[in-house]
Write a protein that binds this ligand. Structure first.
Ligand SMILES: *Cc1c(COP(=O)(O)O)cnc(C)c1O
Length: 376
C-alpha cells in the first residue's frame, strides 16, 4: 500500500483533515486523466466571477480553438455545457432530434447503449445496429438501411468501453448518400485520432473535458455545423438547462445562460493554448499515436491479447490470458500506484483497458509495462 499514503492537510499548523496522497499516481485510465503542469496551475487559482469582459474573451477563444481543432466548416459554433459528456449527448438528442425523425444508432458497447437509452427516453424513433464486443461496423450492416426513410445517424466514434474506433469514412459516405444528419460522440477520440468535421460532413460533434482535453471533469462541448445550428434554433424541445438555442445565443458574447464550471473552462483554455503552441491538433494526434504505438510495442511478449478489431489512439483494450483482469487493476493500483481502467459488467474479469490520454510519456509506458510484467 506504499503508494496510497494518507496525509493530513494542515492549516495554521493544525491538521484539518486527512486525504489520500496522489502525488506518485500514474493514471492510464480513460478519464479523468493526468493534466499538464499549466492546467494544474490554473486549477490552484481562485475561481473568478464570470460576467466579465475577461471571461468572455477566454470563452470566445475556447470556441475559436475548438472549432479549429475539430476542423468545423465555416459558420459552425461550439457551446460549452456544464455537465459531463452524457449531458451533451442528451442535449444533442433532445435539441437536434424529435419524434419526426427516424435515426440509426450504432450500439457496440455501453456508450452506444447510452444513446439508445436517450433516444428511448426522448421518444425519438430509431433503429439500432447492435455489434458484438470488439467488432468494427461493416458496410453489410448498413446495407439494409440504404435508401429508406431514415433522417439521422448517431455513433460514438471511439466506443471507449470496448476500444473500437468505427470507420467514420464508411459512416460519412453512407450518411451523404442517404441525406442523413450525422451526430458523432467523439468524446474519447477527439484530439487522439485524426478527425475532420468539414471533410466528413459531420453535423455535430461532442467531446468532454476529462478525456484527451485532459482537464478535470465537468464540461462537455457540442460543436455544431451550420445545419445543426439551424436545427437547434428551430427546436421546440422542452428543457431549460440543456437548451442549445440559449447556449448559442449566450455564446455569441462569450457567455453561458447559467453559472458554468468557470475553473474548468479556464483550464480548458490553458490546454487549448498549449496544443496550439505545440503545433496544433495534428501534432497532438501524432503524440497520441506515438504513445499508443509505443505501449502496444512494449507489451509484445506479455500474456495479453488485444480485443478490438480497430484501435483508437485513445485506448488499448486487453484480455489477460491468465488471471482476473479486475485483480490486475487492483494490484497495480494498490501495490504500484498505477491506475489502469477496469471494465464493467460481465467484462470485469476478462478485460481491462489502458488509456493513452493526458500527460503521459513513453517512460511512463515503460513503468507500466514493467509493473504489468511483474503482476502477470
Ligand atoms: C467518457 C465518454 C462519454 C461520457 O461519459 P461521462 O461520464 O458522462 O463524461 C460518452 N461517450 C464516450 C464514447 C465516452 O468515452
Amino acid at each position: 500500500m506504499a503508494y496510497q499514503k494518507k496525509r493530513a492537510i494542515f492549516v495554521d499548523d493544525k491538521p484539518l483533515f486527512v486525504i489520500m496522497t496522489l502525488d506518485n499516481m500514474l493514471n492510464f485510465t480513460v478519464g479523468p486523466v493526468m493534466s499538464s503542469d499549466a492546467v494544474r496551475a490554473v486549477g490552484g487559482q481562485q475561481v473568478p466571477y464570470f460576467r466579465t469582459a475577461e471571461f468572455s474573451a477566454t470563452m470566445l477563444e475556447n470556441e475559436r480553438l475548438m472549432l479549429r481543432f475539430a476542423k468545423a466548416p465555416q459558420g459552425s459554433r461550439a457551446v460549452f455545457i456544464t455537465g459531463s459528456g452524457t449531458a451533451s449527448m442528451e442535449a444533442v438528442v433532445m435539441n437536434l432530434f424529435s419524434d419526426r425523425d427516424k435515426v440509426i444508432v450504432v450500439n457496440g458497447g455501453s456508450f452506444g447503449h447510452r444513446f439508445v437509452q436517450l433516444l428511448d427516453i426522448h421518444r425519438v424513433p430509431f433503429a439500432e445496429i447492435k455489434l458484438e464486443m470488439g467488432r468494427q461496423l461493416r458496410s453489410e450492416q448498413l446495407a439494409p438501411y440504404e435508401g429508406q426513410d431514415y433522417t439521422g445517424f448517431l455513433v460514438n466514434l471511439d466506443e471507449t468501453s470496448t476500444g473500437v474506433l468505427y470507420d467514420i469514412q464508411l459512416i460519412s459516405d453512407f450518411c451523404r448518400r442517404n441525406g442523413l444528419f450525422l451526430a458523432v460522440d467523439s468524446i474519447s477520440s477527439f484530439l487522439a485520432d485524426p478527425f475532420d468535421m468539414a471533410a466528413l460532413g459531420v453535423d455535430v460533434m461532442i467531446t468532454g473535458s476529462q478525456k484527451a482535453l485532459a482537464c478535470p471533469p465537468g464540461i462537455s462541448v457540442v460543436v455544431m455545423a451550420p445545419r445543426a445550428v439551424a436545427r437547434a434554433n428551430a427546436s421546440e424541445c422542452r428543457t431549460m438547462y440543456l437548451n442549445l438555442r440559449d447556449a448559442l445565443k449566450n455564446g455569441e458574447r462569450g457567455q453561458t445562460p447559467f453559472t458554468p464550471a468557470v475553473g474548468t473552462l479556464r483550464q480548458i483554455h490553458a490546454r487549448l493554448k498549449e496544443i496550439e503552441r505545440a503545433g496544433g491538433v495534428e501534432k497532438e494526434n501524432e503524440r497520441a499515436a506515438r504513445l499508443a504505438a509505443d505501449f502496444r510495442q512494449k507489451i509484445k511478449g506479455l500474456p495479453l491479447e488485444i480485443v478490438s478489431e480497430s484501435l483508437s489512439n485513445a485506448v488499448t483494450p486487453l484480455h489477460p490470458l491468465h488471471g482476473s483482469a479486475y485483480d490486475i487493476f487492483l494490484k497495480l493500483k494498490d501495490e504500484y500506484g498505477i491506475w489502469i481502467c477496469p471494465n464493467g459488467g460481465d467484462m470485469a474479469e476478462k478485460v481491462f483497458r489502458v488509456g493513452h490520454l493526458g500527460a503521459l510519456t513513453p517512460e511512463d509506458n515503460t513503468t507500466l509495462v514493467e509493473a504489468l510484467s511483474a503482476v502477470l
